[in-house]
Design a protein around this ligand. Structure first.
Ligand code: C5P
Length: 233
């Protein structure tokens, strides 16, 4: 998988209602073009939220972190590909058989639909948990070997992954916190510039924007950090 030429911000739409989600999209699109739908919003509204985002012209990252027996994950992945999401997540710790079944299923479904394939992104260790870079590296190598397009990890391990894994892969980094912002439940946090330096392609940002007094101004400031870091990189 070809990496992006410049990193991009994804807004994590962790809100309660469709109306709230739409308000953020209307305010921030097209400054932000990519929105993450997680279990919170998807459990409440299902594919409706994805249709809404596509209607607005936005790209969708479906973050349901699949972890189940291979057949169930393969079916879920096929259903997500049918929703034409650009990226989706699954837990690498689900094992090689599960990962390979997911990759095959995504390929087959996009071939049938004549769709560009959804990118399969493996979750290493949640950024709300403590871990060590060795564990994250082991999981990331396993994901890439099974044919996944990329991994989710914190920028703290990202730098090691980029050094140790020679293949091209997509790196998605949550746990981004501007210096002055509280950590919430995140343990392995980094700033925008640290994530870019670590080689991140997509920076997933939720509460620093969702809880801001002025989400548009905060987004513009983060995008400014992003382009300055990308130039300096
Ligand atoms: O609000 P905050 O910026 O912490 O949001 C981070 C988002 O990234 C949340 O939606 C969370 O589910 C997601 N995420 C994460 N750690 C991972 C994978 C996804 O925080 N390893």
């Amino acid at each position: 998988m070809q990496r992006l030429s410049s990193p991009e911000i994804i807004l994590a739409l962790d809100v309660n209602t469709l109306e709230e989600a739409e308000k953020f999209v209307d305010k921030l699109y097209p400054k932000i073009k990519f929105f993450k739908v997680g279990s919170h919003l998807f459990t409440a509204y299902g594919p409706k939220i994805i249709e809404l985002l596509h209607k607005k012209g936005a790209e969708v990252f479906l973050d349901l972190k699949y972890f189940d027996i291979p057949n169930t994950v393969a079916q879920a992945v096929a259903a997500a590909v049918r929703l034409r999401v650009k990226m989706l997540t699954l837990h690498i710790s689900g094992g090689q058989e599960m990962l390979k079944a997911a990759v095959e299923s995504a390929k087959e479904q996009s071939r049938v639909l004549k769709n560009p394939p959804s990118l399969l992104i493996g979750v290493t260790v949640l950024t709300s948990q403590k871990t060590n870079p060795r564990e994250v590296l082991k999981l990331a190598k396993q994901a890439i070997a099974c044919g996944l397009d990329g991994v989710v990890c914190s920028a703290q391990e990202g730098i090691i992954l980029r050094r140790k894994i020679k293949n091209n892969f997509i790196m998605v980094t949550p746990g981004i916190r501007p210096d002055e912002f509280e950590r919430d439940d995140q343990k392995r946090i980094t700033t925008v510039s640290q994530a870019v330096k670590a080689g991140s392609d997509f920076l997933v940002i939720g509460r620093p924007i969702l809880k801001a007094d002025y989400p548009l101004l905060t987004t513009e400031a983060l995008l400014g950090d992003l382009s300055r870091s990308a130039v300096g990189h």
